[in-house]
Design a binder for this molecule. Structure first.
Ligand code: SAH
Ligand code: F3S
Length: 442
């Protein structure tokens, strides 16, 4: 009988991707099967995130609960992976001695062998190193029955923004070989995948040199992928403003398979704060990128990330961020309260702004963002949108997502499940949009 694995994933899409890889690996190598029932598990994996808040405390809280299970079922194995694992390392065994395995985002391919060793000698196993990009060479090819697939193209980040833990927990930027990525996508397309989400902390920092020393950038990668006939739409996340070269901007004009959408984190509208965050661009430079993107593709929708209450942020800085959200005409964006992360330079800056002032600023920004998002939704009325239909919710009623992630319901007798179609949007008043089938996207 196969053993059962329960995985809980925190944080970003990279972590979700990694979790899929872990269960896939254990299924292939050790005959484990995924379960959604914690009580049923033989192995529990916490794939953690440390980007904000007291992530460590949350993980130890969870572990406390899983410990009770282990008391009842001593054969239960517990593994902690992801960014908190890298950050905490050996400390995890000290605070939670019942944990069996600690692994990092770059060593998840070693989980099966670590598990084997632990099952033999019952000794704690740890590997949180960054062995370049060896991880991808050790992963089995993904089996899927879905039409959308995520593909990681690069790992890590070398930007070292002053507030961010990612460079320390996931390591520096490393790109996967172009051929490997294309091979993986071709394999996925043969299984019916028609939409690809390219993942990375800074996807547009992607660089690859072939044996003849020819260098390819992210735009080249996107263009190669779009040559695969079966692939109909390409999304990517996340991008960095400083890596938005003209090649990539032109892709939004010339490459019809690229979604008319980009998530491009700006963090603040104030140059003073951007400098303290070490983002290495000015507001005007960011605005210029947006201008060029809109010239290249007038249809493009743009969303962003904001950090509110960075140490030293004044009311004036905050007003500049408010002005930026309006001026940049952003679609639904994300905003977060600044959270000091252990070991990052910003954690040492004196922070005198009271919490309630920060929370008021966050509320104001979130209200504005919601308003902007609603405005963009309303602008979609009576337009044609590309929608990838993924569900039939009732007989002949289907659901899917537009390029800018709006859910649309379409009622038709046509066989549109798992197809990319064009939809005429007829109603934007509800939670989901409604629309009529126009035609299949060729
Ligand atoms: N690579 C992306 C960011 C990835 S982290 C980039 O180009 O910026 C995702 C988001 O989390 C960031 O954009 C930022 O808005 C937020 N974030 C990161 N560290 C944070 C911190 N210490 N406090 C609050 N928000 C943070
Ligand atoms: Fe973090 Fe800045 Fe990189 S936000 S992921 S260090 S671009």
């Amino acid at each position: 009988m196969s053993k059962k694995i329960f995985i809980k994933t925190f944080g970003c899409q990279m972590n979700e991707y990694d979790s899929d890889q872990i269960s896939n690996l254990l299924e292939k190598n050790e005959n484990y099967q995924k379960t959604d029932d914690l009580d049923d598990a033989d192995l529990v994996v916490l794939n953690t995130c440390s980007i904000r808040e007291k992530a460590e405390d949350k993980v130890y809280g969870q572990l406390g609960r899983i410990r009770e299970l282990k008391n009842k079922k001593p054969s239960l194995k517990i593994a902690v992976g992801g960014c908190v694992a890298t950050q905490e390392g050996e400390k995890i065994f000290k605070r939670a001695p019942y944990v069996d395995i600690v692994f990092g985002p770059q060593t998840l391919h070693k989980v099966p062998s670590m598990l084997k060793t632990n099952l033999k000698d019952n000794k704690p196993q740890i590997d949180i190193s960054f062995p370049a990009i060896e991880k991808f060479d050790n992963l089995p090819s993904l089996k899927t029955d879905k039409v959308i697939s995520q593909v990681s193209v690069m790992e890590g980040c070398s930007k070292y923004c002053s507030f961010c833990v990612v460079p320390y927990t996931r390591g520096e930027e490393v790109s996967r070989p172009l051929d490997d990525i294309l091979e993986e996508i071709i394999l996925l397309s043969k299984q019916g995948v028609i939409e690809i989400h390219l993942l990375g902390q800074n996807v547009n920092a992607y660089r690859y040199k072939d044996i003849d020393d020819v260098e390819y950038d992210f735009a080249d990668l996107v263009d190669f992928i779009s040559k695969i006939d079966e692939i109909k739409r390409i999304h990517f996340t996340t991008s960095h403003p400083n890596e938005m070269n003209d090649n990539l901007i032109n892709c939004f004009k010339n490459n019809k398979k690229l979604a008319n959408f980009i998530h491009l984190p700006i963090q603040s509208g104030s140059d003073r704060i951007l400098l303290a965050m070490k983002r290495n661009y000015l507001y005007l430079e960011y605005k210029n990128i947006i201008r060029k993107l809109r010239i290249a593709n007038p249809e493009i929708k743009i969303s962003s990330d904001f950090i509110v209450g960075f140490p030293g942020e004044t009311d004036e800085d905050h007003k500049k961020t408010i002005k930026a959200i309006k001026e940049l005409d952003l679609d639904y964006s994300y905003s977060f309260l600044y959270s000091p992360r252990p070991g990052t330079p910003a954690a040492f800056i004196k922070d005198e702004t009271p919490l309630d002032v920060k929370k008021n600023r966050l509320n104001e920004i979130q209200e504005l963002i919601a308003m902007q998002g609603k405005k963009h939704t309303e602008m979609m009325l009576n337009t044609h949108q590309r929608v990838l239909i993924t569900n039939e919710i009732e007989h002949n009623i289907y659901k899917g997502k537009t390029d800018n992630n709006r859910v649309v319901e379409v009622s038709t007798e046509k066989p549109i499940k798992d197809k990319l179609i064009n939809v005429h949007i007829t109603d934007v008043s509800g939670k989901n949009l409604n629309g009529d089938f126009v035609n299949f996207e060729s």
